[in-house]
Design a protein around this ligand. Sequence first.
Ligand SMILES: CC(C)(COP(=O)(O)OP(=O)(O)OC[C@H]1O[C@@H](n2cnc3c(N)ncnc32)[C@H](O)[C@@H]1OP(=O)(O)O)[C@@H](O)C(=O)NCCC(=O)NCCS
Length: 190
Amino acid sequence: MLHSAGGPQPQDPRGAVIRPLDLEAHVDEALAVQAVAFGLGDDEIAVRRHIVLRHLRTPGARALGAWSGEGRLVGFVYGMPNDRTHWWSSVVSGYLREAGFEGWLDDAFVITELHVHPLYQQRGIGRRLITLLTDEAGEPRSLLSAIDTDSPARALYHRLGYRDLARGVHFPSAPSPYAVMGAWLPLRRR
Ligand SMILES: CC(C)(COP(=O)(O)OP(=O)(O)OC[C@H]1O[C@@H](n2cnc3c(N)ncnc32)[C@H](O)[C@@H]1OP(=O)(O)O)[C@@H](O)C(=O)NCCC(=O)NCCS
């Protein structure tokens, strides 16, 4: 895995170079991006930090980062093959079963987080991050959850071919309902 901020510079000065991210080494930079993109407070970041580091011990967990020309991490994505024993999978399984999509929990690569710094959004970085990460997946399909509202994230996922498998999904401690979305791989190109 590449750790440093050196290497090739983006062709577009407003763009970013995408490459494998050692998320354990860069966890604080990544969470700083997530904090500003998604709006997390210090307490939530501390909780997320613990969860991310635990996720990285899952077999097949992978991350990509997006670096600006100045070598700053401006976006990241990570995910892993779905594991039915994981908390996320156990929460969504009942909803997927009810909707007739419970089988999607097998042979699926889960996108756990995708965030782009607001100053770098709407330049194709999010699309490149999730497309490149899932292109390398051995699984035939991908799952994710997103707050169940008309957000840029939901627009991006729909554009990429994700469809709603279950809506109104409640995660304990999350105030808003989520949608669970699934797509066949490779993701749809523009
Ligand atoms: C979701 C997010 C990662 C998208 O990253 P991004 O780099 O801005 O997205 P892209 O520039 O690659 O956009 C790709 C597509 O997403 C959609 N999209 C992105 N921003 C949008 C916006 N503000 N409004 C509507 N659609 C938008 C468009 O369909 C776009 O497709 P197009 O380029 O063909 O028009 C970014 O908005 C973000 O970090 N949001 C806050 C954190 C978050 O919600 N993360 C997801 C948690 S589930």
